[in-house]
Ligand binder design. Structure first.
Ligand SMILES: CC(C)(COP(=O)(O)OP(=O)(O)OC[C@H]1O[C@@H](n2cnc3c(N)ncnc32)[C@H](O)[C@@H]1OP(=O)(O)O)[C@@H](O)C(=O)NCCC(=O)NCCS
Length: 148
């Protein structure tokens, strides 16, 4: 691990003024699927308001080098869009971002957290497995639009 580089990264709660830096990171990143409404500035603003203090950014000075969203529905936690700039990977920062979310969810008495992962994201799946996440082979996601 590059200790110097890792030591200069600070993790803090995400605020809406981080949006442009965070969006640049998500845009075109393999493994991250963006929704035109939920991931718009308004969508993220609403998400942060609904789930205060549960989403984070990792910064090298003013530059956002990593991010994650999390929230809950009162029963299960959900973690979305974990992403690190490629040159800042394998420094332990992605794991730390996830830990920040899990600690925040645990403080709100949410016992379990789910993630959604593209089946094509083999590297992401390997990251989650390596970090103790359980692949639920017995579940599938089904989805329907609310407005038609
Ligand atoms: C997934 C991602 C966020 C990991 O970030 P990272 O900062 O490199 O991860 P960390 O350095 O914190 O790694 C923590 C641990 O996981 C391991 N790890 C990291 N990436 C891994 C991978 N792809 N497969 C297996 N293990 C991995 C590290 O070696 C480290 O192990 P250790 O604690 O035993 O030493 C990053 O690779 C990324 O942005 N990927 C593209 C976006 C993506 O797919 N996001 C997930 C969407 S669901």
């Amino acid at each position: 691990m590059n200790m110097k580089k890792a030591g200069q990264i600070k993790i803090r709660k995400m605020i809406i003024s981080d949006y442009s830096g965070v969006f640049v990171l998500w845009k075109n990143m393999p493994g991250i699927g963006l929704d035109k409404d939920c991931d718009s500035k308004k969508g993220i603003k609403d998400y942060l308001k609904r789930n205060p203090g549960l989403s984070f950014v990792a910064c090298d000075g003013k530059k956002i080098v990593g991010t994650v969203l999390s929230g809950h529905d009162g029963r299960r936690g959900y973690l979305h869009h974990l992403a690190m700039v490629a040159s800042y990977r394998k420094l332990g920062i992605g794991k730390e971002l996830v830990e920040c979310c899990l600690k925040g969810l645990a403080r709100q008495n949410i016992p379990k957290c789910n993630i959604f992962l593209f089946k094509s994201n083999a590297s992401g799946r390997s990251f989650w497995k390596h970090n103790g996440w359980n692949l639920r082979q017995d579940l599938s996601i089904m989805q329907k639009e609310t407005r038609r």
